[in-house]
Design a protein around this ligand. Structure first.
Ligand code: GLN
Length: 491
């Protein structure tokens, strides 16, 4: 195998080569650092690259492997989205507010991955504070889609999805509040999973909307996704919403038979006027599931239409509360005012440190939470959230999982979507899973006009294994995940 081909590997393939000592983690890490050096100028998927730290970690990983102490991710080079706190390493959230912020601790997922011996190559680009669907809201730069550099990679985990699609790391972690792992995975032709709410610790993830945020894997195939989920999931006393006794053997369960499982098609997720080519590919996938012995049934989730409105009240409300801490007093950007009027200082700090979209969300949330409007907006949204959740619970009595498109379209041109409302429509199929806390995955299901299309699978809370094994069976029988972006193919 040529050294240059190592970048094409999946985690499970790299594991074999590391264990058989055909390659060392140091060599593998060097391949990726060189790869980033040569192609990241095209994709701009990284905010920072941590080369020295990576090589140091690789040295420790090689020791571990030599002593036979390795596990799945020992010596595997990865990226982390730049809203996950890393000790001693800048964590910017793609915001001017945190441009120079260096955390003094690791988030739980980084801690787990580091103790397993995974290698941090650098931090991935995102929409500022994870608010957006195109990664164009990053304070630093936008990211390009490796399938077509004129297109967006999706967002907010656009950096992670593009980096995996361009072979600039073996895997990355994204965060998903309304679709931010799955929509970019769909746009970049990779696998992205939002686990059940509470399965993966949020400790040290810079908060956007705490009742919706969840960290998850972005990988080249479903097997890698299960491997990463197994490493990062599990109870954490530092996150009060973390669920106890959740351990499932995601990797071992992956290959169990899916025939006889029931898959529901929610008719509200295939509305009139949606992109016909996306619809067609998802229907082809449904045929493929039939061939695999899966029973298909049409179902209805009548309140789906309200989900987007519910999301855009609850998420900004929580964001307004979470982002109140950025006042320029203790950390982050400060306008360094004259300190004669503290309110004036806070105002200029927040006006100067936050980008337009973040300011818009804070204003929407503050409005929805203010006296007089709270009952009409926030409280009502919470009530509808409960209805949506109950509707899913009801449907999951009849079917094991649901299949839908991940996003209504393929990747659009950079700079094309300037209307915020039009941007918000990108999440229409993904945010219900956040509202209800469901596990949900996006996997490639074909190509339309040269760009990847993703399908979404959702299941009842804690049925992450079902989602993974359905996705795995489909992937193995179709091979869509094997299609590489032009950047990965070296074109
Ligand atoms: N695009 C959605 C938003 O802007 C979702 C973002 C996310 O999941 N972090 O809110």
């Amino acid at each position: 195998m040529f050294k240059d081909e190592f970048k094409n590997l999946t985690i499970h393939q790299a594991r074999e080569l590391l264990d058989s000592k055909e390659i060392s983690s140091k060599e593998l890490t060097t391949v990726f650092l060189e790869r980033i050096e040569s192609v990241d100028q095209l994709t701009n998927s990284y905010i920072s690259v941590t080369g020295e730290f990576a090589l140091e970690q690789a040295g420790f990983a090689d020791e571990k492997i030599k002593n036979g102490n390795q596990s799945f991710l020992t010596g595997i080079p990865m990226q982390l989205k730049d809203n996950m706190s890393t000790k001693g390493i800048k964590t910017t959230c793609a915001s001017k507010m945190l441009e120079n912020y260096i955390p003094s601790y690791n988030c739980t997922v980084a801690q787990r991955l580091f103790s397993e011996g995974a290698i941090l190559l650098g931090k991935g680009n995102l929409d500022e504070f994870a608010m957006g669907s195109s990664t164009e809201n990053s304070y630093f730069h936008s990211t390009a889609n490796p399938w077509d550099l004129e297109k967006v990679p999706g967002g907010s985990s656009g950096g992670p999805a593009a980096a995996v699609s361009a072979d600039e790391c073996l895997f990355s972690l994204g965060s998903d509040t309304g679709g931010s792992i799955r929509q970019p995975a769909s746009f970049c032709g990779v696998v992205g999973m939002k686990p059940t709410y509470g399965l993966v610790s949020r400790f040290g993830l810079i908060a956007f909307a705490s009742s919706l945020d969840q960290i998850g894997p972005i990988t080249k195939d479903v097997q890698d996704c299960a491997i990463v989920l197994e490493s990062i999931s599990g109870y954490d006393s530092k996150d009060s919403t973390s669920i106890k006794n959740t351990h499932q053997d995601y990797v071992a369960n992956l290959k169990t038979d899916i025939s006889g499982m029931k898959l529901g098609i929610p008719k509200e997720y295939f509305p009139e006027g949606m992109d016909e080519s996306v619809k067609k590919l998802v229907y082809q996938a449904i045929e493929e599931f039939k061939k695999l012995g899966v029973e298909i049934q049409e179902v209805s989730l009548p309140h789906t239409d309200y989900a987007l409105a519910v999301y855009y009240i609850i998420a900004p409300s929580e964001a307004a509360a979470n982002l109140a801490r950025y006042d320029g007093v203790k950390f982050g950007f400060s306008s360094k005012g004259n300190l004669e009027d503290i309110f004036d200082d806070i105002e200029t700090t927040r006006e100067g440190g936050f980008g337009q979209e973040v300011q818009r969300r804070i204003m929407m949330g503050t409005y929805a939470l203010s006296a007089g409007y709270y009952d009409a907006y926030y409280l009502k949204a919470q009530k509808i959230r409960t209805i949506i959740r109950n509707e899913f619970n009801q449907v999951f009595k009849d079917v094991d999982a649901l299949i839908t498109p991940t996003a209504p379209t393929v990747a659009f041109n950079l700079g094309d979507v300037i209307d915020p409302l039009q941007m918000y429509l990108n999440d229409v199929f993904t945010q219900p899973a956040n509202i209800a806390g469901l596990p949900s995955i996006s996997i490639p299901c074909g190509i339309s006009e040269g760009l990847p299309v993703g399908l979404q699978l959702m299941a009842a809370p804690l049925n992450d294994s079902n989602v993974l094994k359905l996705a795995y069976a489909y992937e193995q029988s179709t091979g869509w995940h094997d299609l590489k972006s032009p950047i990965a193919k070296g074109i």
